[in-house]
Design a protein around this ligand. Sequence first.
Ligand code: GLN
Length: 188
Amino acid sequence: MKRIGILALQGAFEEHKKLLERLGAECFELRQKSDILNTSMDGLILPGGESTVMGKLLRELDMFELLHGRIIQGLPVFGTCAGLILLAKDIVNDPVTHFATMDISVKRNAYGRQLGSFYRDEEFVGIGFIPMTFIRAPYIEKVSGDVEVLARVEGKIVAARQKNMLVTAFHPELTDNCSVHEYFLNYV
Ligand code: GLN
C-alpha cells in the first residue's frame, strides 16, 4: 500500500486525505518534525492554504530542511495551489521563495479580486477534461528546464510536472473527481 504524507499545518489537507483513501492509499498527517523523522513515505502532498503562513510554520517547526531534503532526493510530491507556490523557484510578486525546487515562475493571487474563486472544465494532458476549482489561485507565468505543461486555462499554465514534482494551481481535492490524485499515485 502506498503511504502518503500530507502536510497538515494549515489549509485544505483533510480533503486530500479523503480522495487518496478512496484510491486505496494510506495517509498520515505531517504536523511536526517527528512525523517526518519516524516514518517512511512514498509520496508527499503540499496542500492549498496560504503559502506565506505554511512557509513560516515549516521553518518555525524545523520541518523545512527535512522536507526539502526529501524532495531533492526524489520523493514524489504533489503541490496544489499554495503547495505549487512552495515548490516554485521564482515567485514574481513575492521576494521570498520556499522549497524552490521546480523550474517554474509563478504569480500569487494572479486572478485579482473579482476572479477570487472560479470554476472551469478544462483538459489535463493524459487525463482529459476535468473540473478545476480555483481559489485565490496562482498561475505559472513561465516554465523552464524539463518542466512539462499539463493544463492551461485561458492561456495561463495551471498544471505542470517536472521529475518527481506535480503541481496544480487549482484544487482537485475540492471536487469529486479523483483523476489527478490517481495520476499522482501512478508515479509514486
Ligand atoms: N493565495 C494563496 C497563496 O498565495 C494560495 C491560495 C490557495 O492555496 N487556495 O498562498
